[in-house]
Design a protein around this ligand. Structure first.
Ligand SMILES: [Zn+2]
Length: 123
């Protein structure tokens, strides 16, 4: 990449404007986010253990599906049982978390460009 001192002022202004536009889009996207959770959603079937229940031998007769949400809290993995309806919302929250994390990385990149464009080093 060319040294900032050799870049014409006009290009820097264009770059700054471009970066500010991109940052504005990122801010809008983050601002429209409602559900947001880190972690993983687990979906599983289970055997109840009651004598005579078909679930013991027939995989198709197992109970569920059950949903657990696992996430790190204070350095520990915490799991929590969710209803099917909660799991659906949690899936969206986890998906949003990934999107926002990517947006934050993009924001960081644009900020770096913006600083270079607005306050270039002169040597
Ligand atoms: Zn059973």
């Amino acid at each position: 990449m060319a040294k900032s001192s050799t870049t014409p002022k006009r290009n820097l202004a264009t770059q700054a404007r471009l970066s500010r536009q991109r940052i504005e889009k990122i801010r809008t996207a983050i601002g429209q986010t409602d559900y947001l959770c880190s972690g993983t959603l687990y979906e599983h079937l289970s055997r109840c253990g009651k004598p005579g229940c078909r679930c013991a031998e027939d995989p198709a007769a197992r109970h569920g599906p059950y949903y657990d949400w696992g996430h790190m809290q204070g350095g520990k993995l915490v799991r929590r049982r969710l209803s099917a309806e909660q799991a659906q919302l949690m899936r969206r929250a986890i998906d949003n978390y990934r999107k926002v994390k990517k947006l934050l990385r993009d924001w960081e990149t644009e900020t770096e460009r913006l600083i270079e464009a607005e306050a270039p080093r002169d040597h």
